[in-house]
Ligand binder design. Structure first.
Ligand SMILES: *[C@@H]1O[C@H](CO)[C@@H](O)[C@H](O)[C@H]1NC(C)=O
Ligand SMILES: *[C@@H]1O[C@H](CO)[C@@H](O)[C@H](O)[C@H]1NC(C)=O
Ligand SMILES: *[C@@H]1O[C@H](CO)[C@@H](O)[C@H](O)[C@H]1NC(C)=O
Ligand SMILES: *[C@@H]1O[C@H](CO)[C@@H](O)[C@H](O)[C@H]1NC(C)=O
Ligand SMILES: *[C@@H]1O[C@H](CO)[C@@H](O)[C@H](O)[C@H]1NC(C)=O
Ligand SMILES: *[C@@H]1O[C@H](CO)[C@@H](O)[C@H](O)[C@H]1NC(C)=O
Ligand SMILES: *[C@@H]1O[C@H](CO)[C@@H](O)[C@H](O)[C@H]1NC(C)=O
Ligand SMILES: *[C@@H]1O[C@H](CO)[C@@H](O)[C@H](O)[C@H]1NC(C)=O
Ligand SMILES: *[C@@H]1O[C@H](CO)[C@@H](O)[C@H](O)[C@H]1NC(C)=O
Ligand SMILES: *[C@@H]1O[C@H](CO)[C@@H](O)[C@H](O)[C@H]1NC(C)=O
Ligand SMILES: *[C@@H]1O[C@H](CO)[C@@H](O)[C@H](O)[C@H]1NC(C)=O
Ligand SMILES: *[C@@H]1O[C@H](CO)[C@@H](O)[C@H](O)[C@H]1NC(C)=O
Length: 465
């Protein structure tokens, strides 16, 4: 009798165990129906999602669907949707909002159209929202500001228009905002100065206007700020940006900015500064910039006064681009004379179209220094030996004009970079077709390159967050 009761007990336990096991192997029903709707709004010409028909999405391993069990309800939940480069067109279904345990939403490099559903804003577990390289349009919904766990918000290279919502100030854990190459307009909300964790803020190549928020100077981790090719007509570069203590790269090329250049000498690791193609005036601040400075591009402005002596004290300098300004006085040969060149380092100094009238120091440029002096009074000097060699127009294309390349053919051969997808061209490099390898964590993260001769190290530091 005792034996039988024990036997029944064991049996019931086993049945319970079995039932739990069965429950554990099922995708949550609301997520199954969401996935079916999601597929319904996609156009899958290459039939990558053909297996989205049979069985359970999680246990049958539907293409691109990655799941995990939840201890709370015993169901399997979709944690990641991974559809990078799958030739998908069609649109994103609002049903995406039903995937309430999603951490990664990855539709990079497809042909999606339509807008980004506001329902995505309800997936508060979301860490990576990767929609770059599509043809998404429409404006950004306020609701997306509810993504309080989002680390990476990547929608670059789409056709998104409208303003950046002020509600994005609530993205409390955001590290990367890549909104470049869209059609965003209006003022950059000063509320974004609340994004205390932000590392990369890329808003270049949009239609933004208004002024640059001085409040951004409180962003203590901000390493890369790119605003090129917007129109902040009437605005200046806030002097407070000299307080952006973690800044590595500041690029505000072609933004219709006026006023003078702020003092960036307090930024310890600044490496890349591009303020070209604006209407900046006054003289260049004389204080010494960071030792890490590799690139200074101030060309095509209205700068006057002399070339700072402190430019001679920048050991890592590789490019000093000052052409098309009103600079006068003399240039010191110290800028290039005492540099130690190894096989990879090189220095390009472009002073074309200024009023520089003298050279101080012995003029014997080393072989790995490129000097461009054309259209300066020094070029008519008879006392400087060999000056003519640096004054000719025979350098070809304007190296600072983005429409030209240092490569004679203008394009890099398709296999010039290693083909494993972990490398990309560094277009700013004076070496044609220079390749850099930003750190990538399992999926392709597009990140800007900030230095051209030691890019790997610098970028790893920027991305390891
Ligand atoms: C699933 O859970 C395991 C262990 O908890 C974790 O290592 C893994 O990253 C999770 N996968 C996803 C896609 O969230
Ligand atoms: C995408 O489509 C193009 C042409 O339609 C094809 O050559 C390419 O192989 C497809 N790629 C994938 C990943 O399906
Ligand atoms: C997008 O569509 C165009 C033509 O419509 C095609 O050439 C291109 O390969 C597609 N790209 C992707 C990533 O599917
Ligand atoms: C999400 O954001 C919108 C607009 O920003 C707000 O109205 C709504 O209450 C938020 N929803 C939740 C669940 O917090
Ligand atoms: C962004 O747009 C600019 C200007 O049209 C273009 O030169 C640049 O290549 C684009 N960037 C990317 C990553 O496509
Ligand atoms: C910014 O953060 C502060 C303090 O956390 C808060 O009081 C303020 O309301 C926030 N402003 C916006 C626009 O989110
Ligand atoms: C850019 O924004 C201005 C208003 O600031 C508008 O007049 C213009 O049409 C926009 N241009 C594009 C290409 O969207
Ligand atoms: C920038 O905007 C101003 C007025 O808002 C306009 O006059 C100017 O032409 C624009 N500049 C460019 C380069 O589009
Ligand atoms: C930079 O920060 C210091 C210390 O917080 C402050 O005194 C100074 O006014 C700031 N400079 C600018 C230009 O905002
Ligand atoms: C700046 O230069 C110093 C000394 O050369 C180096 O230790 C440091 O890593 C550099 N910082 C960055 C961000 O590259
Ligand atoms: C060349 O010099 C730079 C700094 O000037 C250094 O970072 C780099 O490692 C050197 N390269 C080689 C191959 O020695
Ligand atoms: C100049 O650079 C080349 C490679 O571009 C290198 O082979 C050569 O050693 C360098 N010369 C000097 C003097 O540093």
């Amino acid at each position: 009798m005792k034996g039988l009761r024990y036997c029944i007990y064991v049996l019931t336990a086993a049945i319970h165990c079995y039932m739990l096991l069965v429950a554990a192997q099922t995708t949550h029903p609301s997520e199954v129906s969401a996935l079916i709707s999601i597929k319904g709004s996609l156009i899958d010409n290459m039939k990558h999602l053909n297996d989205w028909k049979w069985g359970d999405p999680c246990t049958s391993h539907w293409t691109g669907v990655f799941c995990n069990i939840s201890d709370a309800d015993g169901y399997l939940h979709v944690r990641e949707l991974r559809f990078m480069n799958k030739n998908l067109s069609g649109s994103l279904s609002p049903e995406l909002g039903q995937l309430s345990h999603l951490r990664i939403l990855n539709f990079m490099w497809n042909n999606l159209t339509g807008s980004i559903p506001k329902e995505i804003g309800s997936i508060t577990t979301l860490k990576l929202l990767l929609l770059n390289g599509n043809q998404l349009s429409g404006s950004l919904a306020d609701e997306l500001g509810n993504l309080s766990n989002l680390n990476r918000f990547q929608i670059d290279q789409n056709e998104i228009s409208g303003e950046i919502p002020k509600s994005f100030a609530n993205l409390k854990k955001i590290r990367h905002i890549h909104f470049n190459n869209n059609s965003l307009s209006g003022q950059i909300p000063h509320e974004l100065s609340n994004l205390s964790t932000i590392l990369h803020l890329l808003l270049d190549n949009n239609n933004l206007s208004g002024y640059l928020p001085p409040e951004f100077s409180v962003l203590a981790d901000l390493a890369i700020l790119q605003l090129d090719n917007n129109n902040f007509s009437g605005s200046e570069i806030p002097a407070s940006y000299g307080n952006l203590s973690s800044l590595l790269k500041l690029s505000v090329r072609n933004c219709s900015l006026q006023g003078s250049i702020p003092d960036f000498s307090r930024i310890a690791n600044l490496s890349y500064l591009d303020l070209s193609w604006n209407q900046l005036s006054g003289s260049i601040p004389q204080n010494k910039l960071s030792n890490n400075m590799t690139t200074i591009i101030l060309s095509h402005n209205r700068l006057n006064g002399s070339i700072p002596k402190s430019f001679s004290l920048l050991p890592s300098l590789q490019k000093l681009s000052l052409e098309n300004n009103f600079l006068n006085g003399s240039i010191s040969t110290d800028i290039w004379q005492n540099k130690i060149f190894n096989t990879t380092s090189r220095l390009v100094i472009d002073l074309r179209n200024n009023s520089v009238s003298n050279i101080s120091g012995a003029f014997e440029p080393p072989v790995n220094v490129t000097l461009r002096f054309q259209s300066n009074p020094i070029c008519s000097s008879t006392s400087i030996r060999n000056i003519g060699k640096y004054c000719g127009p025979d350098f070809g294309a304007d190296d600072d004009d983005p429409s030209y390349s240092t490569n004679p053919s203008g394009v890099c051969p398709i296999h010039a970079c290693p083909t494993d997808n972990y490398y990309e061209y560094v277009p700013a490099s004076p070496k044609p077709c220079f390749c850099a390898s930003p750190l990538r964590i399992g999926y392709r993260l597009k990140s800007p390159s900030i230095s051209y001769f030691d890019p790997l190290q610098a970028i790893i530091r920027v991305l390891c967050d």
